[in-house]
Design a protein around this ligand. Sequence first.
Ligand code: MN
Length: 246
Amino acid sequence: MKKPRIGIVANLLIVESGMLPGIYRSYVNQDYIESLEKAGCLPVLLPVLTNLEDVKEQIEYLDGIVLSGGYDIDPFLYGEQPIPGQGFTMPEVDRYYMEVIAAADQLGKPVFGICKGLQALNVAFGGTMYQDLGKQCPKALQHTQQAPRYAPTHFVQVEPNSFLATVLPQKAKVNSFHHQAIKDLAKDFRVTAQADDGVIEGIERKQGTFMCGVQWHPEMMAKFDDTTMVALFRQFAQQCMANNND
Ligand code: MN
């Protein structure tokens, strides 16, 4: 059987020093690639296009899409202006994310959003964000963890009868590297994982093209052979292949 081809949305890195200060580079963290390989997939990098009309053609021959993590999402996309805790944004990257989500929806390509990827799914379908969790939800747990990236630091409660519940235990341990979180959830989605402080950590689309987002970084755990998180990527791969046979 052919391996599922999974596109990973890349990001732009602004190089600050060296021979070419200010030059932009396309990149994805290697953890995504290795996690998808462990899950039996063929990863394909998707550079941030400037010609957004080409996005549909760019993803047409893929079996699924992983939206990777990155900078904060542009608050303009959900009708707000930055508060002091809002981080760095690159609007051209966000416009590309929005276009990929719209194209994937139209073409029926399953989407797995990780960290910023979850946030992009929420915003693309009309949801809003806490721009800075620590300031806006002072009672929240620590979500920018002070531990290595593979180490889980908080629990999430996983909703039974969800995609996530097919792999994760009802009380799962996850890592946490985010200072933003979903405020208002997009109507098309339901919460399928939540931290003990109420912070939304997993969402799934109710109907239409399969779309699931997680606020943690399963690829950083899968890279170090966390079997549950490897299984999560494998389950997404199966979703992509099942989608092809419909
Ligand atoms: Mn968290």
